[in-house]
Design a binder for this molecule. Structure first.
Ligand SMILES: Cc1cc2nc3c(=O)[nH]c(=O)nc-3n(C[C@H](O)[C@H](O)[C@H](O)COP(=O)(O)O)c2cc1C
Length: 162
């Protein structure tokens, strides 16, 4: 059976999501991060969340070796950060950004709508991606409108509210 990858991606894109920056620190303490929309809540007790990381990601080894990672959920005003962490060279993504370090050792994006600070809990194979499960050590959120992603492009809540 032939499998039309484009049509498959278009189908997946019908599921509207938020946008996060997944972040960690490499073994030299340098911040590492990328844009993801594969964030999912997993469990309330224990508190677990996951995201899926492409096995070709330059950041993969840093995420696998680190004791923890963070997810910063972007606000509607942070679309440029989403583009930066998806497109810019990994080494320049954090230039000029204010970030605080969470308990899990990962940098958190200042001004995000919400953040989840995690300890590495489990890793599972997921085809051409790796599923990273984090145990939530800390979290915070503020009011505001989220950045949305739908059918391959950014979107906003119809009522403009958060
Ligand atoms: C809205 C959006 C969502 C994305 N979601 C993911 C994702 O869930 N997992 C992933 O591995 N890449 C995702 N990407 C792609 C990465 O951000 C992009 O390939 C990045 O350059 C990877 O950087 P790295 O190789 O330094 O890890 C997404 C990109 C965008 C714009």
């Amino acid at each position: 059976m032939s499998f039309d990858q484009r049509a498959f991606r278009d189908t997946l894109g019908c599921f509207a999501t938020g946008v996060c920056i997944a972040s960690t620190s490499d073994k030299d303490g340098r911040p590492v991060g990328l844009t993801v929309n594969s964030f999912t809540s997993v469990s309330l007790d224990p508190p677990l969340v996951l995201f899926c990381l492409d096995n070709r990601s330059e950041s993969l080894s840093a995420f696998l070796e680190a004791p923890g990672f963070a997810l910063s959920i972007l606000s509607a005003e942070q679309q440029s950060l989403s583009n930066r962490f998806a497109r810019d060279p990994a080494g320049t993504r954090w230039d000029g950004l204010a970030a605080v370090t969470g308990k899990g050792g990962a940098p958190l994006i200042e001004g995000a709508l919400a953040m989840l600070d995690c300890a590495h809990h489990a890793t599972h194979p997921g085809g051409d991606h790796t599923i990273l499960v984090g145990r939530v050590l800390g979290y915070a959120n503020r009011t505001g409108a989220p950045l949305l992603y739908y059918r391959g492009g950014y979107a906003a809540l119809a009522n403009g509210q958060g």
